[in-house]
Design a protein around this ligand. Structure first.
Ligand code: NAI
Length: 456
């Protein structure tokens, strides 16, 4: 079986390794860097930057631990170099893994010729195979307003290549990317204003959880305006002015740079998807539950299919696609998908929000604050809580939402539990190690099932 994979990001490269493990002869075509947006312009570099912010925040509170620090300087070049070093190391690692699995990696831009052939534009080489997986990802979306093409308007790629730290930024959009950049930039000394169109930041997440983040970000000095409708950007003598409407009135805010974070769009450019009759909807490739397009033998995975644009989802989709291409019958399931935000405190969430759960079932909600957790006290991070939502009839857990220290690592127990239809009793009775932050998850489960120990 020969499989050609277009795109070496988190949708493509794990699929290549999976297919090779299953015995396929695999060719992977990548026009830029192995590891894609996640490793090079997304998850990994932004988390490297946020780790710098975490170090600063720890230092600011070092006296609590009896360590007196006399000020600090941020070397922005060093921050950016470390970010690059981490990405490069991981990207090189991907290359080695692919080589070890005998995956042929072609550096070039692929276009579909027919359902069995892909052409490399730069060399004209034609690669024949039995199945093709398209995993070409997404690029930052743009809102069509006057001034968006101005010299100081940056997207997430541009922010990650900045040579110096701006004194002030306005971030358009109050979603995941916005909050992570805001947290980093504000911690290293930039004045940050967020303008979000909807009534809440990160609108798709549980509102109780995001309102805690909203308050913490504001308390740290970030200015946040929700229900803010950006109308125009003007650029004059190095100063940018953003005009926005709010509750019927017009306002302006000035800044050195403007960052646009209003979502991402699938990257269909140059693939010749239309030429082959591959169905698309709103600019994304349409796939069935086997990740196959309407053209038999052509599969698609990741951001190119729209849907949930998360690295871990793209990996699951890519592996599902190649398993099916190899003759297994595997359906993609989105029943239990975690999402994480790496602000300080972190947010992690899986399953239904309280509002969504209440629409489909009679629910109970258990909340356990980190101020009641011993380990949180030890590490001096007592902000936030764990919120567990269950349905009343069988006690099945429908959603878990955490805001607090290491939330993104702790959500995995909820992911595993919910994928096995865990009940509140099962969570409450599972012995958790002490002292750990994860006890807060257990205690939130106990609140739903007879009461917890460390809260009244
Ligand atoms: P997003 O969809 O998370 O947020 C965009 C925000 O912009 C929304 O809140 C939206 O209401 C707002 N918006 C849209 N038009 C606007 C306008 N004209 N004025 C003001 N606000 C406006 O998109 P984001 O943050 O750009 O992230 C893109 C993708 O990358 C998402 O799918 C996200 O899940 C993913 N991502 C995931 C991360 C993680 O897992 N930690 C980190 C970064 C990105």
């Amino acid at each position: 079986m020969r499989i050609t994979i277009i795109g070496g990001g988190t949708g493509g490269y794990p699929a290549a390794i999976r297919a090779a493990r299953m015995g396929a002869e695999v060719t992977l075509i990548e026009k830029d860097l192995l590891g894609g947006v996640c490793l090079n312009r997304g998850c990994i570099p932004t988390k490297s930057l946020l780790q710098t912010a975490n170090v600063i925040n720890t230092m600011k509170k070092s006296e609590v631990f009896g360590v007196m620090c006399k000020g600090y300087n941020v070397d922005f070049n060093a921050v950016m170099n470390r970010k690059k070093m981490v990405s490069n190391q991981l990207s090189d690692g991907v290359k080695k893994l692919l080589t070890l699995k005998n995956v042929r990696v072609i550096e070039g831009t692929a276009a579909l010729v027919d359902d069995k052939t892909v052409e490399i534009k730069e060399t004209g080489e034609k690669v024949k195979s039995d199945a093709i997986l398209i995993a070409t990802g997404s690029t930052p979306a743009k809102i069509p307003i006057e001034g968006m093409d101005g010299p100081d308007v940056l997207n997430s790629n541009d922010v990650l290549e900045m040579k110096s730290l701006p004194k002030s930024v306005v971030i358009i959009g109050g979603g995941v990317i916005s909050c992570e950049f805001a947290r980093f930039l504000s911690t290293v000394g930039t004045d940050v204003t967020i303008l979000e169109l909807m009534p809440n930041i990160i609108p798709e997440m549980d509102m109780e959880i995001t309102s805690i983040l909203h308050a913490i970000l504001e308390a740290s000095g970030i200015k946040i305006f929700t229900n803010a409708n950006v109308k125009k950007i003007t650029h004059k003598k190095g100063v940018n002015t953003v005009n926005y409407g709010l509750e019927g009135k017009d306002y302006t805010v000035k800044s050195e740079k403007i960052i646009s974070t209003v979502g991402r769009k699938p990257d269909l450019d140059a693939l010749n998807v239309a030429g082959l009759g591959i169905a698309t909807e709103k600019g994304a490739i349409v796939v069935n539950e086997y990740m196959e397009t309407n053209v038999p033998g052509i599969y698609a995975a990741g951001d190119i299919t729209g849907g949930i644009m998360l690295a871990h989802v793209s990996t699951a989709e890519g592996e599902c696609a190649v398993r099916n291409a190899m003759g297994e019958v595997t359906q993609m399931s989105y029943r239990v998908v975690p999402s994480c935000i790496y602000t300080d405190p972190e947010i992690a969430s899986v399953g239904f929000t309280e509002k969504q759960a209440a629409e489909i079932a009679d629910i109970k909600v258990g909340r356990f604050p980190f101020r009641g957790n011993g380990k949180a006290m030890v590490i001096n991070k007592t902000e936030g809580m764990v919120k567990v939502i269950s349905e009343k009839k069988y006690g099945e857990i429908l959603g878990v939402h955490i805001i607090g220290p290491h939330a993104t690592d702790m959500i995995s127990e909820a992911v595993l539990g919910m994928s096995m239809e865990m009940t509140e009793e099962e969570l409450a009775h599972a012995i958790h190690p002490h002292p750990t932050l994860s006890e807060a998850v257990m205690e939130a489960g106990q609140i739903l099932s007879g009461g917890c120990i460390h809260m009244p």
